[in-house]
Write a protein that binds this ligand. Structure first.
Ligand SMILES: Cc1ncc(COP(=O)(O)O)c(C=O)c1O
Length: 358
C-alpha cells in the first residue's frame, strides 16, 4: 500500500493534537470571550434567510470588499480561504516545485515546514535560540535564502509559539534582500502594534496572511485571508479549490468586520491588558521564566520537567495548555493561551501551588 505514497510523505510526522478532558481551554490561542452573542443572532438570521441549496458566492466580492476596506487595500489584493491554513497550502502549492528551497526560522508554527515537505521542498530551518529572546536572525535568513536561491521564506510575526514580534526593519530587509517570496503570517497581528501592509506598496514578493480564528473568535468557522499584490493574488487563486468558504462562515466573517470597532476591539484590548497582567504575575513565581509576548499567548520556560507541570495543571485545575517542549530549541517550555481574567488568576494560583510558592 505504502508504495503509492510519496517518500516525502512517508518520512513525515503527522500534525496531531492529542484530545484531553479539560475545564479551561488555554492551548490553542483562541479568543476566550467567544463570538459575541448579539452578533451570533445577526449571523443566524441572515443565514436563515439565505438559500442553502445554492452555491455560495464564487468570487466572495462582498467579503473581499469589506476586508479590503478594513485593511486599507484594494479588493483585488484579497484572497479568502478556509482558514489561513488553506492559504498557506495554496501559496506553497502555487510556488514550490520538488527540490525547491524554503527558509523557515524556528521554533515556529509547524504547518509551514510540514506543507513545504509535502510539496517536496528542502526546508532550511534557521535557529532562534531562547538566549536571544527568539529574535529573528535576519542575516542568516537572508544569507541562506540567497545561497540556495530559496523560493519562499516564511516569517511568522508575532511568532507562534514564542510570542516574538520581529523588528519591522528586519522583516523589510528579508523582503528586499532574500530574493524569495516572503510569506508573512500575521495570525496574531491584532494583539501587536505592527502593520506590514505598507510593504505591499514597496515589494512585489510579499504575501500577508491573516485569520478570523484568533482575535475574531471564529476558530470553529475556518476563515482566513491573504493580502498581496493583484498579479500575485490572481496566480495564487488558481491553486485554490472553488468555493473554499461556505455561506455560514462568510456571513459570520462579514458580521464580525461590520462590528469590529464596537465588539472586537474592546475584547482585544482586554486580552492585551490580561497579557500585561499575566506575564509579571508568572515571573513572580519561582522556577519559571515567562518571555515577553506580542500575541494572545505566553511562552514560559520551567526549571522542572515541562510535562510534569503540564499534567499537574490539567489534573489539579482542569487547565489545558500547550506542551511545546518537543519543538526545536524549546525543551522545558510550555505555551499558555490567555484566558478570561478568572482563568488567568486560576492559572497563576495553581502554578504557585505546583511550584511551591503558595
Ligand atoms: C501562526 C499561525 N498561522 C496560522 C494558523 C492557522 O490558523 P487558521 O485557523 O486561520 O487556519 C495558526 C493557528 O494556530 C497559527 O498559529
Amino acid at each position: 500500500m505504502k508504495r503509492f505514497i510519496k517518500p516525502d510523505i512517508l518520512a513525515m510526522q503527522a500534525y496531531t493534537l492529542k484530545p484531553y478532558t479539560y475545564r479551561h481551554k488555554m492551548n490553542q490561542n483562541e479568543n476566550p470571550f467567544g463570538y459575541p452573542e448579539d452578533l451570533k443572532a445577526i449571523v443566524l438570521e441572515r443565514v436563515a434567510q439565505a438559500d442553502w441549496a445554492r452555491y455560495p458566492s464564487f468570487t466572495l466580492d462582498t467579503l473581499r470588499e469589506a476586508l479590503a476596506a478594513h485593511n486599507g487595500v484594494r479588493r483585488e489584493m484579497v484572497l479568502v480561504g478556509n482558514g489561513s491554513n488553506e492559504l498557506i497550502y495554496v501559496t506553497l502549492a502555487a510556488t514550490l516545485r520538488t527540490g525547491d528551497h524554503v527558509v523557515i526560522p524556528v521554533p515556529t508554527f509547524s504547518v509551514y515546514g510540514l506543507l513545504a515537505r509535502v510539496f517536496g521542498a528542502h526546508v532550511h530551518e534557521i535557529p532562534m535560540p531562547p538566549e536571544t529572546n527568539f529574535a529573528l536572525p535576519v542575516d542568516a535568513v537572508i544569507e541562506t535564502a540567497q545561497r540556495h536561491q530559496a523560493r519562499v521564506v516564511v516569517l511568522c510575526t508575532p511568532n507562534n509559539p514564542t510570542g516574538t514580534a520581529y523588528a519591522p526593519a528586519d522583516v523589510e530587509r528579508v523582503a528586499a534582500e532574500s530574493g524569495a517570496l516572503v510569506l508573512i503570517d500575521e495570525a496574531y497581528r491584532e494583539f501587536a502594534d505592527q502593520d506590514f501592509t505598507p510593504l505591499l506598496e514597496r515589494y512585489d514578493n510579499v504575501v500577508l496572511l491573516r485569520t478570523f480564528s484568533k482575535a475574531m473568535a471564529m476558530g470553529g468557522l475556518r476563515v482566513g485571508y491573504a493580502i498581496t499584490n493583484e498579479a500575485l493574488a490572481r496566480e495564487l487563486h488558481k491553486a485554490q479549490l472553488p468555493y473554499a468558504l461556505n455561506l455560514f462562515s462568510e456571513t459570520a466573517a462579514l458580521v464580525a468586520i461590520e462590528h469590529f470597532e464596537s465588539h472586537f476591539r474592546p475584547l482585544i484590548e482586554r486580552l492585551k491588558a490580561e497579557r500585561e497582567r499575566l506575564i509579571p504575575a508568572l515571573n513572580a513565581l519561582p522556577g519559571l521564566h515567562a518571555y515577553p509576548s506580542a500575541a494572545n499567548f505566553v511562552l514560559a520556560r520551567f526549571d522542572r520537567p515541562a510535562r510534569e507541570i503540564f499534567e499537574a495543571l490539567l489534573n489539579r485545575a482542569g487547565i489545558l495548555i500547550r506542551d511545546v517542549s518537543g519543538y526545536p530549541l524549546l525543551a522545558g517550555h510550555l505555551r499558555i493561551s490567555l484566558g478570561t481574567p478568572e482563568e488567568n488568576d486560576l492559572l497563576v494560583q495553581t502554578l504557585a501551588e505546583i511550584l511551591g510558592a503558595a
